[in-house]
Ligand binder design. Structure first.
Ligand code: ZN
Length: 133
């Protein structure tokens, strides 16, 4: 794991949350992106070498909609940047961790991503992401 790539925050209303976080961070988001396969709209704020990713559901069966229904808005996941996602998947499986998807999928921001179930890591949903080269 190289660094915290981003922290994902589940929000009800992306436009409203963009205003809140722009005020908090003192600068506007630098991009928005729809991830149709995941049923989410995202927006990104830069903070040093990491990012804040706001996520709003676009359909009721998206993971973000379900998460907000269960836990309300708030911190959703921590994403670690990795150089070689296949190697990290292998390493984590050897450590006995269970991944939510073993085939990396295409996420927002030009990344291959896999997720590890929160029960595997003390209640934190962990995302690994690798830049698509
Ligand atoms: Zn993420």
């Amino acid at each position: 794991m190289k660094k915290i790539e981003h922290i994902g925050i589940a929000v009800n209303d992306l436009e409203e949350a963009n205003k809140v976080y722009a005020a908090v961070m003192g600068k506007p988001h630098y991009k928005t992106e729809a991830v149709v396969s995941e049923g989410v709209n995202t927006s990104f704020f830069e903070i040093g070498e990491s990012k804040i990713e706001l996520l709003a559901a676009t359909s009721e069966d998206s993971a973000i909609a379900k998460s907000i229904l269960k836990r309300g808005e708030g911190m959703h996941h921590i994403a670690f940047a990795v150089d070689d996602i296949e190697a990290e998947i292998k390493r984590l499986k050897n450590e006995g961790f269970q991944l939510l998807n073993e085939q990396p999928k295409t996420g927002a921001d030009n990344k291959l991503v896999v997720f590890m179930h929160p029960k595997e890591a003390n209640g934190v949903l962990i995302e690994l992401c690798q830049e698509i080269r």
